[in-house]
Design a protein around this ligand. Sequence first.
Ligand SMILES: Nc1ncnc2c1ncn2[C@@H]1O[C@H](COP(=O)(O)OP(=O)(O)OP(=O)(O)O)[C@@H](O)[C@H]1O
Ligand SMILES: [Mg+2]
Length: 407
Amino acid sequence: MKNNRVTVLDIGSSKIVALGASTDDAGRLRIDALAQGPSQGIRKGGITDVHGLAGAIMGVTGKLARELGEGVDDLTVNLSGAHLQSLSSQGFTQIVPSSRTITRQDVHHALTHSRGVVMPAGKEQIAAIPREFRLDQQRGIPNPIGLRGGRLDVLTHLVVAQSSYLSQVEEVVIQAGHKVTMMVPEPLASGLGVLSEEAMELGAMVIDIGDTTTGVALFEGGSVAYLAIIPIGSFHASNDVAQLIRAPFSEADRLKLEHGIAMSSGIGRDDVVSVRQDDGGSPRPMQRKVLCEIIESRMREIAEYAAKHLELSGVVKLSYGVVLTGGGAQLSGCDALFQAVLGTKTRVAHPKVQGNHSRHVGQPSMATAVGLARYALDSEESEFIPASGSSNGREIMRTLKAMFGGR
Ligand SMILES: Nc1ncnc2c1ncn2[C@@H]1O[C@H](COP(=O)(O)OP(=O)(O)OP(=O)(O)O)[C@@H](O)[C@H]1O
Ligand SMILES: [Mg+2]
């Protein structure tokens, strides 16, 4: 599929983004078209209004089609929700006759073996991403196709999702007049949107702070080791402010965006902001420190959940560090707060892309959409499906390393 165009859809809680993307002559990701609109009917990664959401998607994909000058059929879509789970698994296949060249089918056999984990009712595996292959005694092989050996082992990262949720996403996209070609777990996409191959190799944690969710993904040795969705995002900070200072949500959100800082300790008591009144009365003064203490408390909670996931992941060395992205990461001081909680070097990252829309698409809130495009563009050539078959769009089986070839 290289050099052909892909169309992707990031269904977020606050906004829906669709991109048309391709690779330029140097093999870099190029954005050909961008459409964005407000989201509806999705919260914490759960769909609450299929009809409303389908309508919102249709509005955005309609704009994308107009910009591209062609219809949009197939979409690679993000997958969110606290139901996403990570598992590590192992599998192998015997190569017969011994020492012949490893084929795509052999890799598929080993991967299928590693997927032989019993799934609880209502759950299914949506991603089987090889982290490492071993050929006989040799470890750390990124892609064994074409090599010779007698026994192929694989360490696989499995992502498990709730089947009913997958069906709902498919239904909503169909209602909007499109087809889902692939579903990509959102934290994986966000990582692909902002990390370099080197960062993935060294060990990095990506935290995508969205509106009602925060995606966490850990990368090491060039592959993904763990991912999860925390059902809290930047919306909750605004909501806390609204509740605690008894202001409308829109005013609380404005205060967060215009005056919010994630670390309240450096703010003096004499720093005052104006809170607009609901009834149109004259604005009332409020200590900025109080506003930021409320925001900090929510952001700290997210960072503490992220720290728990880091522990659960078993990843011990983050040589590259922590990378914050997503709209919520734009809160000033967010990197310092997460660095203090996680005890690891933390920076905010923007997706790096070429093309007409590169400035707009280079925003942290676009990390997922850009990662989806990167994933979709490289999908066919590195997917480990048998030559005769095809995956059903609900599942992906591939290494990540293959994606960076030539970039
Ligand atoms: N400068 C800023 N400071 C603080 N928060 C910000 C800033 N800019 C955007 N945000 C917040 O980022 C959030 C939106 O981020 P994003 O677009 O990544 O979310 P989303 O993808 O729609 O949601 P989700 O991923 O949770 O489904 C909003 O809550 C918004 O208030
Ligand atoms: Mg998002």
